[in-house]
Design a binder for this molecule. Structure first.
Ligand SMILES: *Cc1c(COP(=O)(O)O)cnc(C)c1O
Length: 425
Protein backbone atom coordinates (compact mmCIF):
# COMPACT_ATOMS: atom_id res chain seq x y z
CA UNK A 1 0.00 0.00 0.00
CA UNK A 2 1.28 3.44 -0.82
CA UNK A 3 0.52 6.76 0.75
CA UNK A 4 -0.70 7.91 -2.61
CA UNK A 5 -4.06 6.58 -1.51
CA UNK A 6 -4.30 9.45 0.97
CA UNK A 7 -3.37 11.98 -1.67
CA UNK A 8 -6.14 10.54 -3.85
CA UNK A 9 -8.62 10.60 -1.01
CA UNK A 10 -7.93 14.24 -0.18
CA UNK A 11 -8.38 15.30 -3.79
CA UNK A 12 -11.50 13.19 -4.07
CA UNK A 13 -13.03 14.79 -0.97
CA UNK A 14 -12.13 18.27 -2.17
CA UNK A 15 -13.81 17.60 -5.49
CA UNK A 16 -16.77 15.98 -3.78
CA UNK A 17 -17.19 19.01 -1.54
CA UNK A 18 -17.11 21.43 -4.46
CA UNK A 19 -19.62 19.45 -6.50
CA UNK A 20 -21.98 19.02 -3.55
CA UNK A 21 -21.77 22.64 -2.42
CA UNK A 22 -22.59 23.96 -5.86
CA UNK A 23 -25.72 21.83 -5.89
CA UNK A 24 -26.96 22.98 -2.46
CA UNK A 25 -28.57 26.21 -1.35
CA UNK A 26 -25.89 27.57 0.97
CA UNK A 27 -27.30 30.12 3.39
CA UNK A 28 -24.49 30.21 5.96
CA UNK A 29 -24.34 33.93 6.75
CA UNK A 30 -20.55 34.00 7.17
CA UNK A 31 -19.60 32.35 3.88
CA UNK A 32 -19.49 33.28 0.21
CA UNK A 33 -18.01 32.19 -3.10
CA UNK A 34 -15.13 33.83 -4.94
CA UNK A 35 -14.94 34.59 -8.66
CA UNK A 36 -12.69 32.61 -11.01
CA UNK A 37 -10.29 35.58 -11.10
CA UNK A 38 -10.00 35.62 -7.33
CA UNK A 39 -9.49 31.85 -7.32
CA UNK A 40 -6.68 32.30 -9.84
CA UNK A 41 -4.95 34.85 -7.62
CA UNK A 42 -5.20 32.53 -4.62
CA UNK A 43 -4.03 29.43 -6.48
CA UNK A 44 -0.79 31.15 -7.42
CA UNK A 45 2.92 31.24 -6.68
CA UNK A 46 2.25 34.06 -4.21
CA UNK A 47 1.58 31.27 -1.73
CA UNK A 48 5.28 30.43 -1.81
CA UNK A 49 6.54 33.87 -0.75
CA UNK A 50 7.38 35.72 2.43
CA UNK A 51 7.03 39.50 2.52
CA UNK A 52 7.39 40.79 6.07
CA UNK A 53 7.09 44.53 6.53
CA UNK A 54 5.78 47.16 4.10
CA UNK A 55 5.88 47.07 0.30
CA UNK A 56 9.26 48.39 -0.90
CA UNK A 57 10.63 48.11 2.67
CA UNK A 58 10.64 44.34 3.10
CA UNK A 59 12.87 42.30 5.32
CA UNK A 60 13.25 39.70 2.53
CA UNK A 61 14.30 39.94 -1.09
CA UNK A 62 12.22 38.75 -4.02
CA UNK A 63 9.11 40.80 -3.43
CA UNK A 64 8.94 42.99 -6.54
CA UNK A 65 5.67 41.53 -7.89
CA UNK A 66 4.11 41.01 -4.48
CA UNK A 67 4.83 44.66 -3.60
CA UNK A 68 3.02 45.95 -6.68
CA UNK A 69 -0.08 43.94 -5.81
CA UNK A 70 -0.13 45.01 -2.18
CA UNK A 71 0.27 48.69 -3.12
CA UNK A 72 -2.66 48.44 -5.55
CA UNK A 73 -4.61 46.68 -2.81
CA UNK A 74 -4.04 49.41 -0.22
CA UNK A 75 -5.22 52.01 -2.76
CA UNK A 76 -8.32 50.06 -3.74
CA UNK A 77 -9.38 49.34 -0.17
CA UNK A 78 -8.89 53.00 0.84
CA UNK A 79 -10.99 54.04 -2.14
CA UNK A 80 -13.74 51.48 -1.61
CA UNK A 81 -14.17 52.27 2.09
CA UNK A 82 -13.03 55.91 2.02
CA UNK A 83 -10.47 55.24 4.75
CA UNK A 84 -7.11 56.93 5.29
CA UNK A 85 -5.25 53.66 5.81
CA UNK A 86 -5.85 50.06 4.82
CA UNK A 87 -3.84 47.09 6.03
CA UNK A 88 -4.36 43.87 4.12
CA UNK A 89 -2.04 41.81 6.27
CA UNK A 90 -4.31 40.35 8.97
CA UNK A 91 -4.92 36.74 7.98
CA UNK A 92 -8.41 36.56 9.50
CA UNK A 93 -11.02 38.69 11.19
CA UNK A 94 -9.98 37.42 14.60
CA UNK A 95 -6.36 38.23 13.79
CA UNK A 96 -7.44 41.79 12.83
CA UNK A 97 -9.25 42.11 16.16
CA UNK A 98 -6.20 40.87 18.06
CA UNK A 99 -4.07 43.49 16.33
CA UNK A 100 -6.58 46.25 17.10
CA UNK A 101 -6.83 45.31 20.77
CA UNK A 102 -3.04 45.14 21.12
CA UNK A 103 -2.43 48.32 19.14
CA UNK A 104 -5.08 50.51 20.74
CA UNK A 105 -5.23 49.38 24.36
CA UNK A 106 -3.10 48.35 27.33
CA UNK A 107 -3.71 45.39 29.61
CA UNK A 108 -6.16 46.42 32.32
CA UNK A 109 -8.04 48.91 30.10
CA UNK A 110 -11.80 48.65 29.87
CA UNK A 111 -13.70 47.64 26.74
CA UNK A 112 -17.40 47.56 25.96
CA UNK A 113 -18.42 44.91 23.44
CA UNK A 114 -21.53 43.06 22.30
CA UNK A 115 -22.09 39.88 24.32
CA UNK A 116 -21.99 36.65 22.31
CA UNK A 117 -25.47 35.81 23.52
CA UNK A 118 -26.66 39.04 21.86
CA UNK A 119 -24.86 38.19 18.63
CA UNK A 120 -21.33 39.40 19.43
CA UNK A 121 -18.21 37.54 18.37
CA UNK A 122 -16.15 35.33 20.68
CA UNK A 123 -12.97 37.28 19.89
CA UNK A 124 -14.47 40.30 21.70
CA UNK A 125 -15.12 38.33 24.87
CA UNK A 126 -13.06 37.69 28.03
CA UNK A 127 -12.27 34.18 26.76
CA UNK A 128 -11.31 35.53 23.29
CA UNK A 129 -8.76 38.01 21.94
CA UNK A 130 -10.01 40.89 24.12
CA UNK A 131 -9.53 38.83 27.27
CA UNK A 132 -6.12 37.64 26.12
CA UNK A 133 -5.11 41.26 25.72
CA UNK A 134 -5.99 41.59 29.43
CA UNK A 135 -8.94 43.90 28.83
CA UNK A 136 -11.65 44.28 31.43
CA UNK A 137 -14.58 43.38 29.20
CA UNK A 138 -18.05 44.85 29.74
CA UNK A 139 -21.00 44.17 27.46
CA UNK A 140 -23.51 46.53 25.86
CA UNK A 141 -26.97 46.74 27.38
CA UNK A 142 -29.24 45.10 24.81
CA UNK A 143 -32.84 45.81 23.90
CA UNK A 144 -34.45 42.51 22.85
CA UNK A 145 -37.46 44.20 21.25
CA UNK A 146 -35.31 46.47 19.14
CA UNK A 147 -32.82 43.64 18.50
CA UNK A 148 -30.10 46.22 19.10
CA UNK A 149 -27.86 47.97 21.61
CA UNK A 150 -29.91 50.11 24.02
CA UNK A 151 -28.65 53.59 23.17
CA UNK A 152 -29.64 55.41 26.33
CA UNK A 153 -28.29 52.81 28.74
CA UNK A 154 -25.17 52.38 26.60
CA UNK A 155 -24.42 56.11 26.70
CA UNK A 156 -24.74 56.03 30.47
CA UNK A 157 -22.46 53.00 30.64
CA UNK A 158 -19.76 54.72 28.56
CA UNK A 159 -19.83 57.80 30.81
CA UNK A 160 -19.65 55.70 33.98
CA UNK A 161 -16.99 53.21 32.91
CA UNK A 162 -14.80 55.50 30.77
CA UNK A 163 -13.56 52.61 28.62
CA UNK A 164 -10.46 52.78 26.41
CA UNK A 165 -12.28 51.16 23.51
CA UNK A 166 -15.87 50.49 22.49
CA UNK A 167 -16.62 47.81 19.94
CA UNK A 168 -19.56 47.67 17.56
CA UNK A 169 -20.48 44.91 15.13
CA UNK A 170 -21.44 41.31 15.55
CA UNK A 171 -22.25 37.98 13.99
CA UNK A 172 -26.03 38.10 14.41
CA UNK A 173 -26.47 41.44 12.73
CA UNK A 174 -29.74 42.28 10.97
CA UNK A 175 -29.86 45.97 11.94
CA UNK A 176 -27.13 48.65 11.96
CA UNK A 177 -25.61 49.46 15.34
CA UNK A 178 -26.03 52.97 16.84
CA UNK A 179 -22.52 54.15 15.99
CA UNK A 180 -23.67 57.67 15.08
CA UNK A 181 -25.41 58.01 18.43
CA UNK A 182 -22.68 56.52 20.64
CA UNK A 183 -19.39 57.45 18.96
CA UNK A 184 -19.62 61.07 20.22
CA UNK A 185 -20.14 59.77 23.77
CA UNK A 186 -17.12 57.49 23.42
CA UNK A 187 -15.10 60.49 22.23
CA UNK A 188 -16.15 62.46 25.34
CA UNK A 189 -14.28 59.92 27.48
CA UNK A 190 -11.40 59.51 25.01
CA UNK A 191 -12.27 55.99 23.89
CA UNK A 192 -11.39 54.47 20.53
CA UNK A 193 -14.40 53.46 18.47
CA UNK A 194 -13.87 50.13 16.75
CA UNK A 195 -16.34 48.55 14.33
CA UNK A 196 -16.04 44.85 13.55
CA UNK A 197 -17.49 44.61 10.05
CA UNK A 198 -16.74 40.90 9.50
CA UNK A 199 -20.31 40.14 8.45
CA UNK A 200 -21.25 43.32 6.67
CA UNK A 201 -18.05 44.54 4.97
CA UNK A 202 -19.40 43.82 1.47
CA UNK A 203 -22.57 45.73 2.23
CA UNK A 204 -20.58 48.70 3.53
CA UNK A 205 -18.38 48.61 0.41
CA UNK A 206 -21.53 48.61 -1.72
CA UNK A 207 -23.00 51.61 0.10
CA UNK A 208 -25.66 49.66 2.01
CA UNK A 209 -26.22 49.09 5.73
CA UNK A 210 -24.18 51.78 7.54
CA UNK A 211 -20.94 53.67 6.96
CA UNK A 212 -19.00 53.29 10.22
CA UNK A 213 -16.09 55.61 9.41
CA UNK A 214 -18.49 58.46 8.55
CA UNK A 215 -20.58 57.69 11.66
CA UNK A 216 -17.63 58.15 13.99
CA UNK A 217 -15.70 54.89 14.06
CA UNK A 218 -11.90 55.18 14.14
CA UNK A 219 -11.11 51.66 13.03
CA UNK A 220 -12.86 48.93 11.06
CA UNK A 221 -11.64 45.38 11.56
CA UNK A 222 -13.01 42.65 9.34
CA UNK A 223 -12.91 39.28 7.70
CA UNK A 224 -12.76 39.36 3.90
CA UNK A 225 -14.93 36.34 3.09
CA UNK A 226 -18.45 36.94 4.40
CA UNK A 227 -20.49 39.57 2.54
CA UNK A 228 -17.18 40.84 1.18
CA UNK A 229 -16.82 38.00 -1.32
CA UNK A 230 -13.07 37.43 -1.14
CA UNK A 231 -10.75 34.71 0.11
CA UNK A 232 -10.61 33.80 3.78
CA UNK A 233 -8.61 36.58 5.39
CA UNK A 234 -8.76 39.84 7.31
CA UNK A 235 -8.30 43.57 6.87
CA UNK A 236 -8.05 46.71 9.02
CA UNK A 237 -9.28 50.08 7.73
CA UNK A 238 -8.63 53.18 9.80
CA UNK A 239 -8.47 56.90 10.06
CA UNK A 240 -5.36 58.79 11.06
CA UNK A 241 -5.08 57.79 14.72
CA UNK A 242 -2.24 60.14 15.58
CA UNK A 243 0.31 58.44 17.82
CA UNK A 244 -1.74 55.26 17.84
CA UNK A 245 -1.28 54.78 14.09
CA UNK A 246 2.25 53.48 14.45
CA UNK A 247 1.27 51.40 17.47
CA UNK A 248 -1.49 49.74 15.50
CA UNK A 249 0.87 49.02 12.61
CA UNK A 250 3.41 47.44 14.94
CA UNK A 251 0.69 45.41 16.59
CA UNK A 252 -0.21 43.91 13.21
CA UNK A 253 3.40 43.07 12.33
CA UNK A 254 5.37 41.90 14.23
CA UNK A 255 2.73 41.89 16.98
CA UNK A 256 0.27 39.27 15.84
CA UNK A 257 1.60 37.98 12.54
CA UNK A 258 4.71 37.41 10.51
CA UNK A 259 3.91 36.12 7.03
CA UNK A 260 0.65 37.48 5.65
CA UNK A 261 -0.38 34.73 3.22
CA UNK A 262 0.33 36.63 0.02
CA UNK A 263 -1.90 34.55 -2.23
CA UNK A 264 -4.87 35.49 -0.07
CA UNK A 265 -3.68 39.10 -0.08
CA UNK A 266 -3.75 39.03 -3.91
CA UNK A 267 -7.23 37.48 -3.82
CA UNK A 268 -8.45 40.31 -1.57
CA UNK A 269 -7.16 42.85 -4.09
CA UNK A 270 -8.95 41.22 -7.06
CA UNK A 271 -12.15 41.15 -4.97
CA UNK A 272 -11.75 44.84 -4.05
CA UNK A 273 -11.57 45.69 -7.76
CA UNK A 274 -14.75 43.65 -8.33
CA UNK A 275 -16.44 45.48 -5.47
CA UNK A 276 -15.49 48.90 -6.85
CA UNK A 277 -17.01 47.90 -10.20
CA UNK A 278 -20.01 45.78 -9.15
CA UNK A 279 -20.29 46.27 -5.39
CA UNK A 280 -23.23 48.65 -5.42
CA UNK A 281 -25.40 46.36 -7.55
CA UNK A 282 -24.33 43.35 -5.50
CA UNK A 283 -24.99 44.89 -2.08
CA UNK A 284 -28.36 46.29 -3.15
CA UNK A 285 -29.46 42.90 -4.43
CA UNK A 286 -28.25 41.17 -1.25
CA UNK A 287 -30.40 43.41 0.93
CA UNK A 288 -33.39 43.12 -1.43
CA UNK A 289 -33.06 39.33 -1.43
CA UNK A 290 -32.80 39.18 2.37
CA UNK A 291 -36.00 41.21 2.68
CA UNK A 292 -37.72 39.09 0.03
CA UNK A 293 -36.73 35.86 1.78
CA UNK A 294 -37.90 37.17 5.16
CA UNK A 295 -41.27 38.22 3.72
CA UNK A 296 -41.70 34.96 1.84
CA UNK A 297 -40.86 32.89 4.93
CA UNK A 298 -43.31 34.90 7.04
CA UNK A 299 -45.94 34.29 4.38
CA UNK A 300 -45.23 30.55 4.43
CA UNK A 301 -45.91 30.56 8.16
CA UNK A 302 -42.50 31.01 9.78
CA UNK A 303 -41.88 33.31 12.73
CA UNK A 304 -39.35 35.74 11.29
CA UNK A 305 -37.67 38.21 13.64
CA UNK A 306 -38.00 41.98 13.23
CA UNK A 307 -41.28 42.31 11.33
CA UNK A 308 -41.92 45.83 12.69
CA UNK A 309 -38.51 46.94 11.42
CA UNK A 310 -38.87 45.44 7.95
CA UNK A 311 -37.21 42.16 9.05
CA UNK A 312 -33.65 43.05 8.06
CA UNK A 313 -31.32 45.71 6.70
CA UNK A 314 -28.41 43.32 6.10
CA UNK A 315 -27.82 39.97 4.37
CA UNK A 316 -29.31 38.14 7.35
CA UNK A 317 -32.73 36.73 8.05
CA UNK A 318 -33.36 35.45 11.56
CA UNK A 319 -36.10 32.94 12.21
CA UNK A 320 -37.45 31.69 15.55
CA UNK A 321 -38.19 27.97 15.21
CA UNK A 322 -38.58 27.27 18.94
CA UNK A 323 -42.31 26.60 18.55
CA UNK A 324 -41.78 23.93 15.89
CA UNK A 325 -39.70 21.55 18.01
CA UNK A 326 -38.24 21.51 21.52
CA UNK A 327 -34.71 21.42 20.07
CA UNK A 328 -35.48 24.47 17.89
CA UNK A 329 -32.61 25.24 15.54
CA UNK A 330 -30.86 22.09 16.73
CA UNK A 331 -33.66 20.15 15.06
CA UNK A 332 -34.24 22.34 12.02
CA UNK A 333 -30.69 22.88 10.73
CA UNK A 334 -29.71 19.18 10.30
CA UNK A 335 -33.09 18.41 8.75
CA UNK A 336 -32.61 21.18 6.20
CA UNK A 337 -29.13 19.87 5.45
CA UNK A 338 -30.73 16.58 4.42
CA UNK A 339 -32.75 18.60 1.95
CA UNK A 340 -29.67 20.37 0.57
CA UNK A 341 -30.28 23.64 2.39
CA UNK A 342 -27.27 24.62 4.48
CA UNK A 343 -27.53 27.10 7.36
CA UNK A 344 -26.84 27.23 11.08
CA UNK A 345 -28.75 27.15 14.32
CA UNK A 346 -28.28 30.25 16.47
CA UNK A 347 -28.98 31.47 19.97
CA UNK A 348 -31.44 34.34 20.00
CA UNK A 349 -30.79 37.22 22.42
CA UNK A 350 -33.38 35.99 24.92
CA UNK A 351 -32.15 32.36 24.94
CA UNK A 352 -30.27 31.12 28.01
CA UNK A 353 -26.71 30.06 27.14
CA UNK A 354 -27.47 26.45 28.11
CA UNK A 355 -29.60 26.25 24.99
CA UNK A 356 -26.54 26.50 22.75
CA UNK A 357 -27.24 23.09 21.16
CA UNK A 358 -30.99 23.59 21.01
CA UNK A 359 -31.33 27.33 20.45
CA UNK A 360 -34.48 29.08 19.28
CA UNK A 361 -33.05 30.49 16.11
CA UNK A 362 -31.90 29.87 12.59
CA UNK A 363 -29.49 32.37 11.04
CA UNK A 364 -29.78 32.73 7.29
CA UNK A 365 -27.58 34.73 4.91
CA UNK A 366 -28.43 35.31 1.25
CA UNK A 367 -25.11 36.78 0.02
CA UNK A 368 -23.79 33.62 -1.63
CA UNK A 369 -27.03 32.81 -3.42
CA UNK A 370 -27.17 36.44 -4.55
CA UNK A 371 -23.69 36.15 -5.98
CA UNK A 372 -24.67 33.14 -8.08
CA UNK A 373 -27.48 35.21 -9.58
CA UNK A 374 -30.59 34.65 -7.48
CA UNK A 375 -33.26 37.37 -7.33
CA UNK A 376 -36.34 38.07 -5.23
CA UNK A 377 -38.48 35.40 -6.93
CA UNK A 378 -35.85 32.77 -6.21
CA UNK A 379 -36.09 33.68 -2.51
CA UNK A 380 -39.77 32.69 -2.65
CA UNK A 381 -38.72 29.30 -4.00
CA UNK A 382 -36.25 28.87 -1.13
CA UNK A 383 -38.96 29.78 1.40
CA UNK A 384 -41.21 27.09 -0.14
CA UNK A 385 -38.46 24.46 0.12
CA UNK A 386 -38.05 25.31 3.80
CA UNK A 387 -41.79 25.15 4.38
CA UNK A 388 -41.96 21.70 2.82
CA UNK A 389 -39.24 20.39 5.16
CA UNK A 390 -40.00 22.17 8.43
CA UNK A 391 -43.75 22.88 8.33
CA UNK A 392 -45.21 20.24 5.97
CA UNK A 393 -42.72 17.62 7.31
CA UNK A 394 -42.14 16.27 3.83
CA UNK A 395 -39.35 13.73 3.39
CA UNK A 396 -36.20 15.92 3.15
CA UNK A 397 -34.64 13.56 0.61
CA UNK A 398 -37.54 14.27 -1.72
CA UNK A 399 -37.11 18.01 -1.29
CA UNK A 400 -33.37 17.63 -1.87
CA UNK A 401 -34.02 16.39 -5.42
CA UNK A 402 -35.98 19.56 -6.18
CA UNK A 403 -33.35 21.73 -4.49
CA UNK A 404 -30.60 20.20 -6.65
CA UNK A 405 -32.68 20.66 -9.79
CA UNK A 406 -33.44 24.31 -8.92
CA UNK A 407 -29.80 25.05 -8.10
CA UNK A 408 -28.57 23.87 -11.52
CA UNK A 409 -29.55 27.23 -13.03
CA UNK A 410 -27.16 29.11 -10.75
CA UNK A 411 -23.62 28.03 -11.53
CA UNK A 412 -21.78 31.26 -12.28
CA UNK A 413 -20.31 33.79 -9.88
CA UNK A 414 -21.70 37.17 -10.93
CA UNK A 415 -20.78 40.70 -9.89
CA UNK A 416 -17.35 39.73 -11.22
CA UNK A 417 -15.25 40.64 -14.27
CA UNK A 418 -15.60 37.01 -15.31
CA UNK A 419 -19.40 37.04 -15.69
CA UNK A 420 -20.55 40.63 -15.09
CA UNK A 421 -24.02 41.28 -13.72
CA UNK A 422 -26.73 38.62 -13.62
CA UNK A 423 -29.57 39.00 -16.11
CA UNK A 424 -32.90 39.97 -14.61
CA UNK A 425 -35.77 38.39 -16.51
C1 LIG B 1 -16.64 35.91 11.68
C2 LIG B 1 -16.39 37.00 12.63
C3 LIG B 1 -15.10 37.29 13.06
C4 LIG B 1 -13.95 36.36 12.86
O1 LIG B 1 -13.52 36.22 11.62
P1 LIG B 1 -12.49 35.08 11.22
O2 LIG B 1 -12.07 35.59 9.90
O3 LIG B 1 -13.27 33.81 11.20
O4 LIG B 1 -11.40 35.06 12.22
C5 LIG B 1 -14.90 38.41 13.83
N1 LIG B 1 -15.93 39.19 14.17
C6 LIG B 1 -17.18 38.94 13.79
C7 LIG B 1 -18.26 39.86 14.21
C8 LIG B 1 -17.46 37.82 13.02
O5 LIG B 1 -18.72 37.54 12.70
Amino acid sequence: MSYQMYRDKVLEFVEGHEKWRSSTINLIASENVTSPSTVRAIASGFMHKYAEGWPKQRYYQGCKYVDEVELIGVDLFCKLFRSDFADLRPISGTNANQAAFFGLTEAGDKAIVLHTSHGGHISHMPFGAAGMRGLEVHTWPFDNDEFNIDVEKAAQMIRELEPKIVVFGGSLFPFPHPVKELAPVAKEVGAFVMYDAAHVLGLIGGGQFQDPLREGADVITSSTHKTFPGPQGGVILYKDLGEATAKLQWAIFPGVLSNHHLHHMAGKVVTAAEMLEFGKAYAEQVVKNAKALAEAMAEEGFKVIGEDKGYTKSHQVIVDVSELHEAGGGWAAPLLEEAGIILNKNLLPWDPLEKVNAPSGLRIGVQEMTRVGMMEDDMKEIARFMRRVLLDKEDPKKVEKDVFEFRKQFQKVYYSFDYGLPMKE
